[in-house]
Design a protein. Structure first.
Length: 310
């Protein structure tokens, strides 16, 4: 009965092993590069695993993604496709994401980038914005994170819209589903929040065509995945004034290279993939509970659907 852990960075790996071991005392838990008896390994706990990382383990019962997304696992061309993938979600993760979304939506809504620029120029300019009830905010993706974010925005008084693949009902949120309703949704979003999973269907979805469908001067917040965004299209949309600002938490290449134009762009706010960062003490409780449940029942609520891609 053993578990291997694969996370970039030795310190992080050791931190997670220590936390997991305290909760799963009957298990042997080791780093993936030093697994001991490979036949005994039945679970792999991973974030951005290397290609072929799972091949040495013939008896894997499940792969545990240390995050809500599974794109980093599916990216492995040599992934054993029959092994179930368990996502790591929970109230700490959704709480963190609702804080991030509320913070940045309110920041756009209240024109904080312009107010901060004015402060740097010692300019006293009372910018007047409408109340939240007259501001429409759209959330793409209405799952664990997007659904919670949409509820939070509605509770703040925003006119809240949501879009998902299949129709969702959320109190206080006007919902849209699928390609057929996408344009109607976008036409109303003064602030757009992306909380989609990264799949073939959503890769590059934040592109020139989408930006052109938003009301002029809209702002965009991407806390999904970097490859949702076509970076040059964003720069063009900001340049033309079609978009006024973007807040980006996720990037094609992470860490964002120091020479990347986003760092110094006056209309882009960069945050380093911290919207809802899972820490070992919190995350290991969720992971340990999921492994124990899967071990006894063969099922957990947070099982991903690899065919669907999320
Ligand atoms: N920045 C961060 O710190 C951070 C942290 C955690 C997660 N994330 C990202 O957030 C993503 C969402 O997490 P979650 O737990 O909310 O996922 P989830 O529970 O699986 O929900 C995904 C939502 O996206 C919708 N969706 C999927 N494909 C779609 C498509 N082609 N068109 C329209 N809607 C589509 C789904 O529609 P249905 O409702 O119809 O299934 C669902 O509402 C993760 O995959 C990850 O990439 C980022």
């Amino acid at each position: 009965m053993s578990i291997v852990v694969s996370i970039p960075g030795v310190d992080k790996t050791n931190w997670w092993i220590e936390q997991l071991q305290a909760l799963l005392s009957n298990w042997t838990i080791r780093p993936i590069h030093d697994p001991g008896d490979v036949e005994a390994v039945t679970y792999a706990v991973v974030w951005k695993p290397a290609t072929g990382a799972f091949l040495p383990f013939p008896n894997l019962k499940a792969i545990v993604s240390l995050g809500a997304g599974i794109d980093h696992v599916l990216a492995d061309a040599e992934l054993p496709r029959q092994v179930p993938i368990i996502r790591t979600v929970g109230t700490d993760l959704t709480q963190r994401m609702r804080e991030y979304v509320a913070l940045h939506v309110l920041r756009h809504h209240r024109d904080m980038p312009a107010i901060s620029a004015n402060q740097r120029e010692r300019r006293w300019a009372q910018l007047v914005v409408p109340p939240a009830t007259q501001r429409s905010v759209g959330v793409m993706g209405l799952g664990n994170l997007g659904g919670t974010a949409a509820r939070t925005l509605a509770s703040l008084g925003f006119e809240t819209l949501g879009w998902s693949r299949t129709k969702r009902e959320i109190d206080g949120v006007t919902t849209y589903a699928g390609q057929a309703e996408f344009a109607d949704f976008l036409a109303r979003c003064e602030i757009l929040v992306c909380l989609l999973p990264l799949t073939e269907a959503t890769m590059g979805i934040l592109d020139a065509d989408l930006f052109a469908r938003l009301p002029r001067g809209a702002s965009v917040i991407n806390a999904g995945r970097g490859p949702h965004l076509v970076e040059d299209d964003l720069l063009d949309a900001l340049e033309s004034g079609q978009l006024s600002h973007a807040t980006l938490d996720v990037f094609h290449v992470e860490p964002l290279p120091s020479e990347h134009p986003f760092w110094a762009h006056p209309a882009i706010t960069v945050t380093p993939h911290i919207a809802s960062l899972i820490d070992a003490p919190t995350g290991s409780r969720i992971v340990a509970a999921n492994i124990e449940r899967f071990e006894t029942t063969g099922h957990v609520e947070d099982l991903a659907n690899a065919e669907r891609g999320y």
